[in-house]
Ligand binder design. Structure first.
Ligand SMILES: CC(C)(COP(=O)(O)OP(=O)(O)OC[C@H]1O[C@@H](n2cnc3c(N)ncnc32)[C@H](O)[C@@H]1OP(=O)(O)O)[C@@H](O)C(=O)NCCC(=O)NCCS
Length: 346
């Protein structure tokens, strides 16, 4: 095994730990470090710290872990390490001592470590598991070029309490974080995504049968309330394309998504996340055509032409509010209505 190298980036140096470093660095341990590493005491004893330094040398010899002291302008300012989870995957960890925080030293040190790990250790991927409340560490990982990949629920314990951890990762073939593509991918991984639902209003083509103002509602297999035809928009699918697809799948009918009648934001409810519903005008359709339609048995029990007198108790309260708002707007050129939880917001 070759000697552990020293890595440099301008005024920042990563070098192997030596026993001589213990005297300066041991008192620099603080509550933040103890908190996030779940250490039983803030400052390790002299013996514990020396044993830990000796262990970093053994772990390098075993090739199980590479730990570097971070030096900035000749001062020891922190520590970074990569533990080999398997020959291709390294798990990162880091700490910067309190007097040196907030100067960009953590992310620079982690980035230097990562670039070296890809080159010298031939790793294909590095990852870090960070408590979501440890905002400085989540930012450190992102600035070092890792992308947010997901949340592991109850994956770690801190002070005896199960905690979630955010997984952040960077693959060797990822666009470099300094490029536009790499930066965009990193930022994109952190942004919220919203659930979108697309539904459509279909009315009978003959105004007399079954009645003016009637809309087609689906009686569903999996829930009590009747609902407008439609469904959840897939990734990379537009709401308009979704409603056309859903109506084809559910009712075997070919429709065209007309003007957008309403946008209805639904807050989180009964364990479902919040969602934005796009309600399109699907125009009119021959009543016979609907009667002859082959319904998707898995989801749809039946379809019904319904008017304002039919909605109470049959549709969810937020949908009743939506349907009444649509009914009021019908015939007036009101454009798209914006609603929250079925209530129009002016
Ligand atoms: C996490 C830690 C290493 C950050 O050190 P640092 O040198 O202050 O970090 P940097 O200066 O490189 O800053 C990294 C990013 O975190 C941000 N940051 C720093 N402190 C922050 C805080 N308290 N809250 C939110 N963001 C913070 C910085 O603004 C920067 O992001 P930006 O460049 O987008 O502005 C340091 O706080 C620490 O040692 N904490 C205890 C140990 C620890 O938590 N280790 C990780 C366990 S997984």
């Amino acid at each position: 095994m070759t000697d552990q190298p020293t890595l440099r980036d301008g005024d920042l140096v990563l070098r192997p730990w030596t026993l001589d470093d213990s005297g300066v660095t041991r008192p620099l341990h603080d509550r933040e470090i103890a908190r996030w590493f779940d250490f039983p005491v803030v400052e390790p004893s002299a013996q514990e710290h020396r044993e830990w330094i000796l262990r970093t040398a053994t772990e390098w010899s075993d090739r199980t872990k590479a730990t570097f002291l971070v030096e900035w302008r000749g001062q020891p300012v922190g520590t970074v390490d990569v533990r080999m989870q398997d020959p291709a995957v390294g798990v990162l960890s880091w700490a910067v001592y309190a007097p040196y925080r907030g100067r960009g030293l953590a992310w620079r040190a982690v980035r230097l470590l990562v670039e070296w790990a890809f080159d010298a250790l031939d790793l294909q991927r590095v990852e870090a598991h960070v408590n979501p409340e440890n905002r400085a560490s989540v930012r450190t990982a992102l600035r070092a070029g890792l992308r947010r990949e997901g949340l592991l629920r109850g994956n770690a314990a801190l002070a005896g309490v199960r905690q979630d951890t955010v997984v952040l990762g960077r693959r060797r073939e990822d666009a470099h974080p300094d490029t536009r593509e790499g930066f965009t991918a990193m930022l994109d991984s952190t942004l919220p995504t919203k659930r979108a639902i697309a539904q459509g209003v279909l009315r009978p083509s003959s105004p007399d049968s079954p009645g003016t103002g009637h809309v087609l509602l689906c009686e569903l297999v999996y829930k009590r309330e009747w609902d407008l035809p439609g469904g959840v928009v897939d990734a990379h699918e537009s709401p308009a394309a979704c409603v056309v697809r859903e109506v084809r799948e559910e009712l075997d009918l070919v429709v065209t998504a007309g003007p957008l009648l309403a946008v209805n934001w639904l807050p989180a409810l009964h364990g479902w996340g919040d969602a934005t519903v796009f309600v399109f005008d699907l125009g009119t359709i021959d009543v016979d055509l609907v009667e002859r339609a082959r319904l998707q048995q898995r989801e749809i029990r039946g379809v019904h032409w319904t008017g304002p007198d039919d909605w109470k108790g049959r549709v969810a309260p937020y949908n009743e509010r939506l349907l009444r708002a649509l009914d009021t707007a019908r015939g007036h050129d009101r454009g798209t209505i914006y609603l929250e939880d079925g209530t129009p917001v002016s």
